[in-house]
Design a protein around this ligand. Structure first.
Ligand SMILES: *Cc1c(COP(=O)(O)O)cnc(C)c1O
Length: 356
């Protein structure tokens, strides 16, 4: 490694959780990574310290004006005990795209990936190896200048925390029920839809809560201007298979450029399937459901990898997809991606970065 980090070991490590009862994001490991930014020193003082509370000013920029960002990726333990990350360089790159939009200083990609490797290596004993489990890695940055003026912070804190996780949805790969959101919007052109920031999530909570109250797992977002085109499912990218064409929204500023999305597109192209990154109206989706040409719908994201959709509800219409069973393509994509991530399938694409 090119960069070196100070290490302060946790002298009172916690007991590891029962790997068969892991809930998403509730248990954290013994250590975390922290690093600071000032204009004079740039990013500096990278360190691994015991996991614990942060101390920031009550006037910190992030608390009042939401200047923060985050990322998400996973570390997996292979059958022979090796630890590997899935496409971490993409997270580093996407962080810098988000940072530029949020007036947060960018971070050297190599430094970023080395920090992830170092803290994952430190807590490698925390990585579960049961089917469907992994170590979720959450890098984040907050602007934390102790000043209330509305302007970009002068001081930033970069952190990486880790949690052992089981399958994202309690019922694993079971198809989800999705509510098409027609009241609220997630993103508009010129906004922050492509950036991975808490603000987008805060603005979406209301809609998610409404969907839950109505008995749905998640929402399908339509574009914020015409409310016509399908964009994302909750905090995942959305794919529709109609008449053997796999369709997903184009990267035009209002959707998050998912790394799982990118990997799915690469696999589908390799398998010789017809794939289109194009606008698709919700009308077309329901028409296809009616005439029988809607074959599968699924969401993609690091947390769940592939999540099949079994039911869509839009105003007064309902569509049942693939008989409310997981489709062949969703299953094949899940098996392939999860297989590569966990080392069961050889990686011929340079997607895997091992943690030595
Ligand atoms: C993180 C995220 C995704 C999925 O991205 P991955 O890199 O595949 O995990 C999709 N949509 C939103 C809004 C996200 O925040």
């Amino acid at each position: 490694m090119k960069h070196s980090f100070t290490v302060i070991k946790n002298e009172s490590p916690k007991a590891k959780p029962d790997p068969s009862a892991l809930k998403f994001g509730e248990t954290f490991t013994d250590h975390m990574f922290l690093m600071e930014y000032t204009k004079e020193k740039g990013w500096h003082d990278g360190r691994i310290v015991p996991y614990g509370p942060l101390s920031i000013s009550p006037a910190a920029t992030c608390l009042h004006y939401g200047q923060e960002m985050f990322e998400g990726l996973k570390a997996y333990k292979t059958k022979d005990g090796k630890v590997q990350l899935f496409r971490p360089v993409m997270n580093a790159r996407r962080t810098n795209v988000t940072n530029q939009r949020m007036c947060i200083p960018t971070i050297d990609e190599e430094l970023y990936v080395e920090a992830i490797k170092a803290v994952v290596d430190m807590d490698r004993d925390w990585i579960p190896d049961q089917e469907g489990t992994s170590l979720y890695v959450r890098p984040f940055i907050i602007g934390d200048s102790p000043v209330l003026g509305v302007k970009p912070a002068a001081h930033y804190l970069f952190g990486i925390i880790l949690c052992p996780v089981g399958p994202y949805y309690a019922n694993g790969l079971a198809p989800t029920k999705i509510y098409v959101e027609e009241e609220y919007v997630r993103a508009v052109p010129g906004g922050t839809g492509f950036a991975k920031i808490g603000g987008n999530y805060a603005a979406a909570l209301k809609s998610q809560e409404k969907a839950h109250e109505k008995g749905y797992d998640q929402v399908l977002w339509l574009d914020g201007v015409e409310r016509k085109y399908v964009e994302e499912i909750g905090t995942s990218n959305a794919f529709f298979v109609i008449d053997d064409e796999v369709i997903t929204a184009p990267l035009a500023g209002t959707i998050l450029p998912g790394i799982t999305r990118d990997s799915v597109l690469a696999l589908l192209k390799e398998w010789g399937m017809k794939v289109s990154e194009r606008k698709l109206t919700i009308q077309e989706v329901f028409q296809a459901a009616k005439d029988g040409s809607l074959q599968e719908v699924f969401a993609t994201g690091t947390a769940a990898v592939i999540s099949p959709v079994g039911e869509l509800s839009w105003v007064d219409q309902k569509a049942i997809i693939h008989d409310n069973q997981i489709g062949e393509l969703s299953q094949k994509l899940y098996d392939t991606l999860y297989g590569i991530q966990t080392g069961k399938i050889a990686d011929d694409k340079g997607w895997i970065v091992s943690v030595e």
